[in-house]
Design a protein. Structure first.
Length: 295
C-alpha cells in the first residue's frame, strides 16, 4: 500500500504486536471522529481505548479454535480526520479502504461514529451490509444533516440498494422510519425477537437472508449490545443483545465472503473499561473466525 497522507501511523498497535504490511491479510485503521454525535459525544476516543484494551486480552478464540497470534493483521494507525467536515472524512475513509482493497487485504475500521461506515461501503461497492445496531439509522436527515450517524444506513441504501442492507438488533425507532423500512422491504431482526426466540433461530434466519450474497460487510455499532454489557456508547438503549449472543451470531455468518468489518460508537467517557474491552474482543474474534474460514 502506498503511504497515505491521511494516516497517522504512530497512533498505536492493536493487540500489542504487529505483522508487516506485506504479510498481513487484514489492515486495520482507526477513525477518531464524532462530530455528528446527537447525545453523548466521545466516540472519537474509541480507537485509542480499544487499542489499549486489546493489549490485555488473551489471544485464544474458543469459538474459532484459532489463536489471535496466528491472525495476520497490520495496524496502519488512525485516519487524519477533519472535525466538523463529515463528507471529507468519509471521503478519506473511502480512499483509505480502496487502497487497502487494492492490496488484496481485508479492511478493518475502528470508530468513531457510525457515519464512517458509509466510506467503507463506497469503497467496497457491490456488497451486502449486515448492521448490528440498536437503531435502524435510516433517517432522511437528523438535525438538518443528511450525513449524521443517524442517517448512515439510509445513505448506504442509496449506494447499494435497500435489498442489500440487513439490520440486526434494532429496538429504537419512530413511525416514519418504520414506514420507510416497510416501504423498502428492508430485512431486520429486532433484539426482542432474538431474545425471545434465541440465537439459533436468529442465525438460521440470517444465514437464509444472506444466501444469495456474494460479498458481506459487517458493521457493529456497540449499542447493539444492552447497556448492561456496554454502557460506554453515545446512544444507549435498554433491551439489547448480550455479548455472548452477538458473538454466537457472528460465528455463524463470518465466512469466506467477508470483505471487511467495523466496530463503531465505543464512547470511553461513559465507559468503565468494559465496553472498550468488548470492542477489542469483537475485532479479535471476527478476525479469528475469518482466519479459520481461510485455512
Amino acid at each position: 500500500m502506498k503511504e497515505s497522507f491521511y494516516i497517522n501511523s504512530a497512533s498505536g498497535m492493536f493487540g500489542g504486536f504487529q505483522r508487516s504490511f506485506s504479510e498481513a491479510e487484514f489492515a486495520l485503521f482507526g477513525v477518531p471522529y464524532d462530530s455528528t454525535a446527537s447525545f453523548r459525544p466521545g466516540a472519537r476516543f474509541g480507537p485509542r481505548s480499544i487499542r489499549e484494551a486489546s493489549t490485555s486480552l488473551e489471544t485464544w478464540s474458543w469459538r474459532a479454535g484459532v489463536d489471535y497470534e496466528d491472525v495476520k493483521l497490520h495496524d496502519l494507525g488512525d485516519l487524519a480526520v477533519v472535525h466538523g467536515d463529515t463528507a471529507e472524512t468519509i471521503r478519506r475513509v473511502a480512499e483509505t479502504a480502496e487502497d487497502i482493497i487494492g492490496t488484496r487485504k481485508t479492511p478493518v475500521m475502528i470508530g468513531g461514529e457510525h457515519s464512517m461506515t458509509l466510506g467503507m461501503v463506497k469503497a467496497l461497492k457491490d456488497v451486502t451490509v449486515v448492521s448490528f445496531d440498536a437503531h435502524f439509522d435510516l433517517r432522511e436527515e437528523y438535525l438538518s444533516n443528511k450525513l449524521s450517524h443517524a442517517c448512515v444506513m439510509r445513505r448506504i441504501t442509496e449506494e447499494i440498494g435497500s435489498g442489500s442492507v440487513i439490520v440486526v438488533g434494532p429496538r429504537a425507532t419512530f413511525r416514519e422510519e418504520m414506514e420507510f423500512v416497510k416501504q423498502k422491504s428492508i430485512k431486520y431482526l429486532s433484539s426482542l425477537e432474538i431474545i425471545r426466540s434465541g440465537t439459533k433461530s436468529a442465525t438460521s434466519w440470517l444465514r437464509e437472508s444472506l444466501r444469495g450474497a456474494k460479498k458481506i460487510y459487517i458493521s457493529i455499532d456497540i449499542d447493539a449490545l444492552d447497556p448492561a454489557f456496554a454502557p460506554g456508547t453515545g446512544c444507549p438503549e435498554p433491551e439489547g443483545l448480550s455479548t455472548t449472543a452477538l458473538l454466537d451470531i457472528l460465528y455463524e455468518i463470518v465466512d469466506s465472503r467477508l470483505v471487511g468489518f467495523d466496530v463503531v460508537e465505543v464512547c470511553p467517557p461513559y465507559d468503565n473499561g468494559g465496553t472498550a474491552a468488548i470492542g477489542a474482543k469483537l475485532i479479535f474474534e471476527v478476525c479469528c473466525m475469518a482466519t479459520a474460514q481461510r485455512k
